[in-house]
Design a binder for this molecule. Structure first.
Ligand code: CS2
Length: 480
């Protein structure tokens, strides 16, 4: 029988497999993280693993709001898991930075106790765009069911916002210092939005608490980047073969990884810069470049590629028309809307992204990227559209991405497949009401949770989406 990954198994790993270079028994918890998904485990947890080599105060307590999957898989492995780095060179590294797993819905008080632990100084989150309970305008959605629940019973929260507010309240009451709250999700102005949402909810409870949070708590903005496809059986087999031990939930990513954190004098934490994180005043510019170039191209390939029967990002990039589309979108449409942060060569940056999309060692499913379109497209595509319109420039390509998303919704709803999206049911219903002709666009764009009214009514936008939609219809053999 194959041995399971654990502290005891570390000594038996083959010499080529990297493992924690520090004594795990000396590590204490200094970070509470919400959302222990693949991205966090491949990205932030690996940076923290490097930090722990010289500063053992920053071990991670992982909090899943609902799901028990990660805890059940990794707790029996002493919190260890394997990160496979799949690129031109292949590498395996066992990550040891997680010390504890909590499932909030099972034990909210344990989570709040951690947040009010004097040794904890940092809260981080990867709860995806929808996890922040924001309305279309980016402010806290006061009608969101989880926010209403948090207002009704603040001492046993449901949302990540509710946890942060209650955790900070307890710290203030106990005379402990504040926390530094770092969101690592792909939202434009992510830290500002999270900070404003936390202050808003706090203000509903106690104006003094809200003022204290505003004055004391840093919510730095961040840019995070590393392509991290979901784990599949092929990865599990591959990891077991390379390491000789069984790992219930290994993860994979490309070699490239980047983390930019906004400088804030109130921030607490380890010497992030020492492990390759950039700490800068310029993060908004980095964030915008990454969201519009990389994520914008990703979402475009996801919907346009899916309609053409492609399965992975690599498959899409091997389709000459799609590859040309992605390149033109990035260089001709997105780039004129960007200001490069100092030291970043935009052309080289975009070329590097296109090369990453062609990484032959990973299978990044378009279907995974296609999730949550209602949350992603406003950030990734519509900002570009609005800026191009303001400059009186053509918007054909980004409009084609939107048209492709409408086709995607239509096709999924006709076949009765689930649309993985917080608006999924509404989208399915809307999709079923369409009729596979140009009138569909007029029925779809009033979806005001996604399209700002001024844009939905801008004739240039309506025309461009309609033209692209008709072109897609003409080639769409999956149409019912
Ligand atoms: C992708 C991102 O799934 C998606 O929507 O666009 O997760 C992307 O791989 C990362 O942002 C890369 O940093």
């Amino acid at each position: 029988l194959t041995e399971q990954l654990s502290n005891a198994a570390l000594a038996n790993l083959p010499s080529g497999v990297d493992r924690p270079a520090y004594d795990r028994s000396k590590v204490s918890i200094g970070i509470v993280h919400f959302g222990p998904g693949a991205f966090h485990r491949a990205h932030q947890a690996a940076y923290v693993d490097a930090v722990l080599g010289s500063d053992p105060r920053w071990g991670i307590c992982e909090v899943a709001l609902q799901s028990t999957g990660t805890r059940d898989a990794l707790q029996p492995q002493d919190g260890l898991y394997t990160l496979a780095i799949l690129d031109e060179e292949i590498g395996y590294r066992v990550i040891g930075s997680t010390l504890e797993y909590l499932v909030a819905k099972e034990d909210p008080q344990a989570v709040l106790a951690r947040l009010a632990d004097p040794a904890v100084r940092i809260v981080t989150s990867t709860v995806t765009e929808k996890g922040y309970c924001l309305a279309a305008d980016g402010t806290l959605d006061m009608q969101h069911a989880d926010i209403l629940a948090d207002l009704a019973s603040p001492a046993s929260p449901r949302s990540v916002i509710g946890y942060i507010v209650e955790g900070l309240r307890r710290r203030r009451e106990a005379g402990l210092g504040p926390l530094t709250v770092i969101t690592c999700d792909n939202l434009a102005d992510n830290g500002h939005k999270l900070g404003a949402a936390v202050v808003r909810l706090a203000r509903e409870r106690d104006a003094d608490l809200a003022d204290w949070i505003q004055a004391e708590v840093a919510f730095p903005r961040t840019m995070v980047d590393s392509i991290t496809p979901a784990t599949d059986d092929a990865l599990r087999d591959r990891v077991q073969e390379a390491t000789g031990v069984a790992d219930a939930w290994p993860i994979q990513r490309e070699a490239f990884t980047q983390w930019v954190i906004e400088h804030d004098p109130r921030s607490q934490g380890p010497d992030w810069a020492a492990v390759g994180v950039s700490v800068t005043d310029d993060v908004g510019a980095f964030e915008r470049c990454k969201l519009r170039l990389l994520n914008g191209a990703h979402s475009s390939l996801a919907y346009l590629g899916w309609l053409r029967g492609r399965e992975t990002v690599l498959d899409a990039m091997n389709d000459a028309e799609l590859a040309a589309f992605a390149r033109a979108l990035m260089f001709e449409d997105v780039m004129p809307t960007l200001e490069a942060p100092s030291g970043l060569d935009l052309n080289a940056y975009a070329e590097a992204i296109l090369k990453r999309f062609r990484n032959p060692a990973i299978r990044h499913l378009l279907a995974q990227i296609a999730w949550d379109g209602s949350q992603k497209l406003p950030i990734r595509i519509l900002g570009t559209v609005q800026d191009l319109l303001a400059q009186d420039r053509a918007i054909d390509r980004p409009a084609a991405t939107i048209a492709a998303w409408i086709r995607f919704v239509r096709r999924k709803s006709v076949t009765g497949e689930t649309i993985t999206d917080p608006l999924g049911e509404r989208l399915s219903e809307l999709g079923r009401s369409l009729s596979d002709d140009a009138s569909d666009v007029g029925r779809f764009l009033p979806l005001d949770a996604v399209f700002p009214k001024a844009l939905a009514e801008d004739e240039r936008f309506v025309d461009a989406v309609t033209r692209a939609y008709e072109r897609l219809l003409a080639t769409d053999d999956g149409r019912k």
